[in-house]
Design a protein around this ligand. Structure first.
Ligand code: ADP
Length: 529
C-alpha cells in the first residue's frame, strides 16, 4: 500500500515536472513533441499521435511517435472517418472501434487505445492518442492522471499556438515595414534608431546595420527644413494628447517635418517625415515611429504649377491689356477717329485675340498630351515640308526686317505622310524662335535632306545659342532658359514641348545642336512612309 502510494506520488511529481517543462515552451512543434513523448512514457505505450484543429476546424495530425511519416495520410483519413462517425452517432463506441481498427492496421500487437481531447475554455482544440501493446487495464486513476496531463498539455499547446500566431503577425508586420515604399524608422525614447527599413536605406544611402543605435540627428540631417522640428516639439511637451470631437478616444498628434534631406552620399532628397509617438500604459513615451515619404515629385509638380501660373498669367496679361487699351481708345466719345486709325486699332485687337486663342490652344494641347501621354493627329495627308517652310519664310520675312532668310531644299524633296496643320505649327514655331532668340538679326536658314527612308528638316539661326545644360531641358513643358533675353521675350515655354510632341506623334525625333553665342540648329526627322 505504502509502495503504491509512493508510486503515485512519484507519478505526480513526474507529471508536474513534465507539465512545467511543457508549459515553459513556446515553440509549438517542441511542445507537441514533449507532450507526445511524456504521454507515451506515462502509459508505457508504443505509438503516440497528436491531432490539432486547423483554421477550418478539421483535425490534422501534427506530431507522431513510433509511426513512420508515410503513414500520416492514412492516419489523417482514419481520424476524419472516426470523428465523422462519432459526430453522426454521438456514440463513443463507434469512435472507439475505429480507433482500435486503426491501431491494428498499424501493428496487430497494438491492442489498447487511449484518446483524450485537448480542451481549452470548453472548446476542443485537439486530440491526444496513445496506442499500446500491453493488455493490462488502465485504472480510473491512470485515466484521471492522464486527463489532468492532457489539460496541462492543452494549455501549453494553446500558448504555443497563440505565440505562433503572434510571431506570424510580427513577421508579417516586419515584412510590411521592410517592403513599404515609404521609409519607416523606429526610435527609442532617447531618439536613437531602433529599426530602419529598406526604403529608408535607398532614400538616405545609409545601411540599416550602420545606423541602429545611432542618434536620429546623426542620420537624418537636413540641408533645408521647410516645416516642423521634432526636438522643438519635444521641448514643447510633445506628444500632446487631445480628446477627439466624438468625446471618445484620446489621440496623439503627429509631428510633421518637411525639407531637403542631406543623404550620406552628399546628395539631397525632398522628404516629408511624420513622427508618431508610442506611449506605454502610464502615458510615457517609449518609442517614436517615423514615416518618411519622398516628396520630390510632389515638389516638382508644385513648382511646375507655380511656373505655369506665373507664365500663363504674364502671357495673358499682355494681349488682354493691348485689346482693352485699343478698344477703350476706339470707344472714346470725345474723339472721332479716322478710318485708318480704326482699321489699325482693330487689326491690333484681332492679332492679339488670335494670340490669346493660340495660347489657349497650346495650353489645352499640352494638358491633353499630359493626360494621354501622346498627341492625336489627322495623319492622312502627304505633306510637302519644303512648301510649308517656303510659306512660313514668306510670312516671317514680312515681320522681321533684321533677318535674312535662306531656303535649302532640293526640287524633288519627298513628301511625308502626316498632319499638315500640326507640322506647319512645328516649322512656324522653330522659325519664330529663330527670330526671337537672335535679336541682332543674321541669317536664318531652313533646309532639308532626305534618304530612302526618312527626311530631315533643320532651322538654323545665328542667335544667342543654348548651353549644353539648357539643351537637355528646353523641350520640357514651360521650360525657358533663365536669361535677360528670355525675360524680355514673350513666350510660355510650350512651343518646343509641343513641337517635339507633334514630331514624336508622327514617329519622328527632334533635337538641337547649339553652343552659346554661336546660334542654334533645330532638326527634326520623319519617316517617308
Ligand atoms: P518660348 O515660348 O519660351 O519661346 P519654347 O518652348 O519655344 O518656349 O522654347 C523654350 C526655350 O528654349 C526658350 O525660352 C529659349 O530660352 C530657348 N530657345 C528656343 N529656341 C531657341 C533658339 N533658336 N535659340 C536660343 N534659344 C532658344
Amino acid at each position: 500500500m505504502l509502495a503504491l502510494l509512493d508510486f503515485r506520488v512519484r507519478q505526480r511529481d513526474f507529471l508536474l515536472e513534465i507539465s512545467r517543462a511543457i508549459t515553459a515552451q513556446l515553440d509549438l512543434s517542441e511542445v507537441l513533441k514533449r507532450v507526445i513523448n511524456a504521454s507515451v512514457v506515462m502509459l508505457s505505450g508504443q505509438v503516440g499521435l497528436i491531432a490539432l484543429r486547423d483554421a477550418s476546424g478539421a483535425y490534422r495530425i501534427r506530431a507522431t511517435l513510433g509511426v513512420e511519416s508515410s503513414r500520416v495520410p492514412f492516419l489523417n483519413e482514419q481520424l476524419k472517418e472516426m470523428l465523422e462517425m462519432a459526430s453522426e452517432t454521438h456514440e463513443y463506441a463507434a469512435f472507439d472501434s475505429k480507433l482500435r481498427e486503426t491501431a491494428e492496421a498499424l501493428d496487430p500487437r497494438l491492442v489498447q487505445t487511449f484518446a483524450l481531447p485537448l480542451v481549452i475554455a470548453g472548446e476542443a482544440r485537439g486530440l491526444l492518442i496513445v496506442f499500446r501493446a500491453n493488455r493490462g487495464t488502465a485504472t480510473p486513476d491512470d485515466i484521471q492522471v492522464l486527463q489532468s496531463f492532457a489539460d496541462q498539455a492543452a494549455i501549453a499547446v494553446s500558448n504555443a499556438q497563440l505565440y505562433e500566431r503572434i510571431d506570424q503577425d510580427r513577421k508579417r508586420l516586419a515584412a510590411i515595414v521592410q517592403h513599404s515604399a515609404d521609409g519607416v524608422l523606429m526610435l527609442n525614447a532617447n531618439l536613437e534608431i531602433v529599426s530602419f527599413n529598406r526604403a529608408l536605406e535607398r532614400m538616405t544611402a545609409w545601411k540599416a546595420a550602420d545606423v541602429v543605435g545611432l542618434p536620429l540627428d546623426e542620420v537624418i540631417t537636413w540641408k533645408r527644413v521647410d516645416k516642423g522640428d521634432l526636438r522643438e516639439s519635444l521641448d514643447a511637451g510633445w506628444p500632446f494628447r487631445s480628446r477627439d470631437n466624438t468625446g471618445g478616444d484620446v489621440s496623439e498628434e503627429m509631428v510633421y517635418v518637411e525639407g531637403d534631406l542631406l543623404r550620406r552620399d552628399g546628395l539631397t532628397l525632398s522628404v516629408g517625415i511624420r513622427y508618431a509617438p508610442l506611449l506605454n500604459a502610464d502615458g510615457e513615451l517609449t518609442n517614436v515611429i517615423a514615416n518618411v515619404r519622398d516628396i520630390t515629385n510632389f515638389k516638382q509638380a508644385q513648382e511646375m504649377q507655380n511656373i505655369f501660373i506665373s507664365t500663363v498669367s504674364h502671357e495673358l496679361k499682355t494681349p488682354v491689356a493691348l485689346i482693352k487699351g485699343h478698344a477703350a481708345t476706339l470707344r472714346r466719345e470725345d474723339v472721332t477717329w479716322d478710318a485708318d486709325i480704326v482699321r489699325e486699332y482693330s487689326a491690333v485687337i484681332e492679332e492679339e485675340s488670335d494670340r490669346l486663342t493660340a495660347l489657349i490652344e497650346n495650353l489645352l494641347t499640352a494638358s491633353k498630351i499630359q493626360a494621354h501621354q501622346t498627341m492625336q493627329l489627322n495623319q492622312d495627308e502627304d505633306v510637302r515640308l519644303d512648301h510649308l517652310a517656303e510659306q512660313a519664310v514668306e510670312r516671317f520675312k514680312s515681320q522681321s526686317g533684321r533677318h535674312s532668310f535662306k531656303l535649302n531644299f532640293d526640287d524633288d524633296f519627298p513628301p511625308v505622310p502626316g498632319d499638315s496643320v500640326r507640322l506647319r505649327q512645328v516649322i512656324d514655331n522653330l522659325l519664330n524662335n529663330a527670330i526671337k532668340y537672335s535679336p541682332d538679326g543674321g541669317l536664318i536658314e531652313v533646309g532639308g535632306c532626305a534618304d530612302d527612308v526618312s527626311v530631315s528638316v533643320y532651322v538654323r539661326d545665328e542667335g544667342v545659342g543654348i548651353s549644353e545644360a539648357d539643351s537637355e531641358h528646353i523641350f520640357e513643358r514651360f521650360y525657358r532658359v533663365d536669361g535677360t533675353l528670355t525675360r524680355k521675350t514673350q513666350g510660355t515655354g510650350l512651343g518646343l514641348y509641343l513641337s517635339k510632341a507633334i514630331i514624336e506623334a508622327h514617329g519622328g525625333t527632334m533635337r538641337v545642336e547649339s553652343e552659346p553665342g554661336q546660334g542654334a540648329t533645330f532638326i527634326f526627322t520623319l519617316r517617308q512612309s
